[in-house]
Design a protein around this ligand. Sequence first.
Ligand code: SAH
Length: 185
Amino acid sequence: MFRNAVELSHFYAAQAAGPGGVCIDATAGNGNDTAFLAGLVGPEGKVYAFDVQQKAIASTKKRLEDRGLQERVRLIHDSHARMGLYVRELVDAILFNLGRLPGSDRTVYTKSCATIAAIEAGLGLLRRDGLLCIAAYWGDPICNEEYREVYDYLKGISPRQAEVLFHEYINEPHCPPTFFAVHKV
Ligand code: SAH
């Protein structure tokens, strides 16, 4: 009955963005979220999608082309920490799906330093009432460290700047990802 972290991201993004909107996928990966956002904003909208792995950019490009969505998406092969260099307009929603690209190089994963810099940049780009969503993994020590640092960072945000909501399944055995929704006020 409850949605998982990725479905929650989509649910919340749809509250903030619609046709003609502007969104950011901070971790393009295999392009699942990018394609979802591209559908949400429609032909008049725009999505910026970042990834540091060429393989992820290629896989996202393919997914978009298969669905005829590539025209409304700008794929950027760079760190999300530098999103402010590429995005020069206010945005409605920003998604992060942290961790590693499934089936890919295990040594490439999101790291708290860049993730937190990107969240900070993203909060600057978000319009008032916009939403920033994060699916965060915690089942192994590497992910767990990032998850804790992101949690602490978000906990420290002034409530005058944003409301921060946290979802967690507390009785599941396989460490499903947790979810943060940050609403800019
Ligand atoms: N854990 C998710 C997938 C996450 S994919 C799942 O299981 O479905 C995370 C993506 O973030 C990867 O493709 C990785 O290359 C990318 N990434 C890592 N560091 C990044 C950074 N600094 N900027 C942009 N993308 C980054």
